[in-house]
Design a protein around this ligand. Structure first.
Ligand code: ATP
Ligand code: MG
Length: 283
């Protein structure tokens, strides 16, 4: 049976669990033990620290896993990236004390940089032709400059708030990460069939995220203009109403243009506009 490793607690746990739940896959009730038999899909769920997930997948302790691209790149284990999952976005950046007059990457020559990502940093420095000292520390990297342990840091940034609190300024954005589904290369027939089924469910969920289902009543003379306004999978659905001269028009619309479309549709005569949540787009 397919085994998936997900983060046991931390930033990726909630969204990994809710992605699986949206795909109809649930961890056995309340259990937070190391392994749990899933309901709704033939799979076991292993709860691990995120650092351990690439190795667990590479070694076959799990067959697949959900983890940040940052950990995949740092650990360098032999795993394949199957699918980007659209959550857990962050970047790994170089930051320096805000008073420093940082002139560009060459400023880093001969400096000490504290990080929990020595491999990704080492690759960056090598590519940029910079000789710097990498100080690997496990946590609280952002305090290293203030306590005199380093001249700069290389750490995860999402909003940038932590850097500001510590008197640091982000100067180079080096690596962009999000949660990904990874797999061990060469899964056997049964497991790779399970993975295909899971990918199919996840693709449907991810396709529907950020989309709304829009329906409205529209008079016949506005139909062409409304159809032209609406993006759709093939073309919008048009159904006659019981009242002659009126139609019901349905379309799937990206959330970011939803209000703009509603305003335009009202101008051309659409009435009774309903916006519904979409759970799935199965193709
Ligand atoms: P664990 O105990 O599992 O080792 P952790 O403390 O190493 O957890 P978290 O802080 O929970 O890790 O972060 C897990 C992942 O979430 C990161 O590796 C990264 O991919 C992603 N992430 C997204 N935004 C952030 C952020 N602002 N700070 C840290 N990680 C983030
Ligand atoms: Mg970790």
């Amino acid at each position: 049976m397919l085994k998936i490793a997900i983060q046991s607690k931390g930033r990726l746990n909630d969204e990994s669990m809710s992605l699986l739940a949206d795909a109809g896959i649930y961890a056995a009730s309340g259990s937070r033990s190391l392994v749990s038999r899933a309901k709704g899909f033939p799979m076991e769920i292993l709860f691990l620290r995120d650092d351990d997930i690439p190795q667990a997948v590479a070694m076959g302790v799990a067959d697949i896993g959900i983890v940040g691209l940052n950990e995949v790149a740092e650990k360098g284990q032999s795993v394949v990236e199957v699918m980007r999952l659209g959550f857990g976005a962050c970047r790994i950046s170089i930051a320096v004390p805000k008073g420093e007059d940082y002139s560009g990457p060459s400023w880093l020559n001969g400096r000490r940089i504290a990080t929990s990502y020595p491999v990704i940093l080492g690759d960056y420095l090598k590519t940029a032709g910079i000789e710097a000292e990498i100080h690997e520390i496990a946590g609280s990297v952002e305090i290293a400059p203030a306590v005199g342990m380093a001249d700069a840091i290389f750490d995860i940034v999402s909003s940038g708030g932590t850097l500001i609190q510590n008197g640091l300024r982000e100067v180079e954005q080096v690596f962009f990460s999000e949660a990904v589904l990874i797999a061990r290369p060469g899964l056997d027939g049964e497991k790779s069939a399970g993975l295909e089924k899971l990918k199919f469910r996840l693709r449907s969920i991810l396709a529907s995220r950020g989309m709304k289902y829009l329906l409205m009543n529209i008079p016949q003379d506005a139909v062409d203009a409304a159809v032209a306004l609406l993006p759709a999978m093939k073309s919008p659905t048009l159904l006659p109403l019981a009242e002659p001269g009126w139609f019901s028009l349905h379309a799937v619309v990206p959330e970011e243009v939803l209000w703009e479309k509603i305003e335009q549709l009202k101008v051309i005569g659409a009435e009774d506009i309903l916006v519904l949540n979409l759970e799935n787009i199965v193709k």
